[in-house]
Design a protein around this ligand. Structure first.
Ligand code: F6P
Length: 195
């Protein structure tokens, strides 16, 4: 059995401010998580030769991977966070206040709702297809450092969760979801490294 480790990046400055999207750096707490993650990965994958670390192309995932040494790192644009289009950089409160129709439309159908000039969950699920094919093809373990919406979709694929649940799956910060693909199916463990 080979593990796939899924994690969000360490807390970013936009997470602290409650702003969606963007490309900010990680906070001090985020830096601490990056170190704990590196420790965990180095212990967990010590004797694994074919392991690799996958990130998105956004700073917060690349920074979160940076303390991990000894494994190749690959950046995927397909692992970038859902594109919030015209809402990028806003807080949910600001969207509710300034674009109430958009806010309501998303609340009604979060799976299909597409941000103006941005993406829907269905769009994200579709662009993840090549990532999933490559994940299935890998011989060694993979650590995927990505974002909330993307990880919901990836997790749902491996955990075999229905489409309609995807936008609501809990994928908290500073937590590693380990998925083991063995002959007897898929097993899951969660490691909360900090609050
Ligand atoms: O708030 C962090 C974040 O990754 C945003 O960048 C993104 O828009 C959001 O989560 C996705 O979660 P939800 O679909 O619940 O808004």
């Amino acid at each position: 059995p080979r593990p796939i480790l899924l994690t969000r990046h360490g807390e970013s400055l936009d997470n602290v401010r409650g702003r969606i999207g963007g490309d900010t750096v990680i906070s001090d707490a985020g830096e601490l998580y990056a170190k704990k993650l590196a420790n965990f990965v180095e212990k967990r994958l010590k004797s694994e030769r074919a392991a690799s670390i996958w990130t998105s192309t956004l700073q917060r995932t690349i920074q979160s991977a940076s303390p991990i040494v000894g494994f190749p790192k690959i950046q995927w644009r397909a692992l970038d966070e859902i594109n919030a289009g015209v809402c990028d950089g806003m807080t949910y409160e600001e969207i509710k206040k300034n674009m109430p129709e958009e806010y309501e439309a998303r609340k009604k159908d979060k799976l299909r709702y597409r941000y103006p000039r941005g993406e829907s969950y269905l769009d994200v699920i579709q662009r993840l297809e090549p990532v999933i094919i490559e994940l299935e093809r890998q011989r060694g373990p993979v650590v995927v450092i990505s974002h909330q919406a993307v990880l919901r979709a990836l997790y749902a694929y491996f955990a075999d969760r229905p489409l309609k649940e995807i936008p609501h799956i809990e994928v908290p910060l500073h937590t590693i979801i380990e998925i083991q693909m063995g002959v007897s199916g898929v097993q899951e463990k969660r490691y909360k490294l900090m609050d």
